[in-house]
Design a protein around this ligand. Sequence first.
Ligand code: OSB
Ligand code: MG
Length: 359
Amino acid sequence: MPLRAAFETSFGVTTSRRVIVLRVFDKTGATGYGECTAMEAPFYNHETVDSAWSVILNFVAPILASAKVTNASCVAKALEPIIGNRMAIGAVETAIWDLEAKLCDQPLWEYLGGTRSEINCGVSIGLQKSTELLTESVSRELESGYQRIKIKIKPGQDIELVKAVRGEFPDIVLSVDANSAYSLDKDVRMLEELDDYGLLMIEQPLAAGDLLEHAKLQRLLKTPLCLDESITSLRDAQQALEIDACRIINIKLGRVGGHTSARSIQKFAEQRGIPVWCGGMLETGIGRAHNIAMSTLEGFTLPGDVSASARYWHHDIIDPPVTVGPQGTILAPSASGIGYNVNEQTIASLTVRSQTVLL
Ligand code: OSB
Ligand code: MG
């Protein structure tokens, strides 16, 4: 699916997405949908679309077949023997949650235990060709009502961007995301300088495995650090908070392996007084709908990177597309499961490969 506009981060430019869509079904013909959020290349994390395809077919499906799981909440546990590859797991796990919520005739967000029927939304703005284009983009998103602006930064395109956006919009809720592009040795001065711009957070400045360095950095800053790439499980979250490596957590369904894991992380963070928010991976409507459901959980107190379908796609694969109200909110749907119709015809016209596995 071609993106409406190229999305550039510190690890590269994305102009279109190859997406694995999962459809699970039961004996009665009921269906559930999930989306694999792996990128095409292993630059955000180790997974790719192709690695996920292989792991789902060769390991997730056969393990589930022999595990005889009877409900969605048991899927993550059954798949624990698989190391990493959580986006592959999450695609299947979330699809099974959708199926189960539909069988219970309940919206997925309620079925998961969500407590708010309207979620708060921010946007993630990629690196732009010029600072002027960036501030124009910020202005447009603010006019649409989005509650928080996050801009991508990378070495050589950081302080100047923040200075420009802050200069033009002194009062907005603003954050930056480096996607692991910095190191404590080389970049501590720039990172300390960021501390003067009243940012809501600095997201994943250092490498995913650099928990200790994030803790050292957090001690030097008043701005909260937020971890994205570093958090793949409840254990990661526990260890990060144990050493004060961050004060905010970005939860992504794919990165953590699905709804059960996401819920456990938000619960733990909530007990520790740490706010969480829902991150995005340039999802189609299916992943977006799952993100909306997750964002209704109690601990999701900060605006997420869950925004309108139209920011990414000319034609989304769900009906209606996700829309955002003038106050920068999305209403949780009232229909059962993910709550949006999946446009099978559109998917069929885009499909390059499909495979059915009978368990
Ligand atoms: O770090 O949050 C990130 C997109 C691809 C990979 C990583 C990230 C992102 C985004 C986009 O920031 C969020 C979105 O889907 O709007
Ligand atoms: Mg991020």
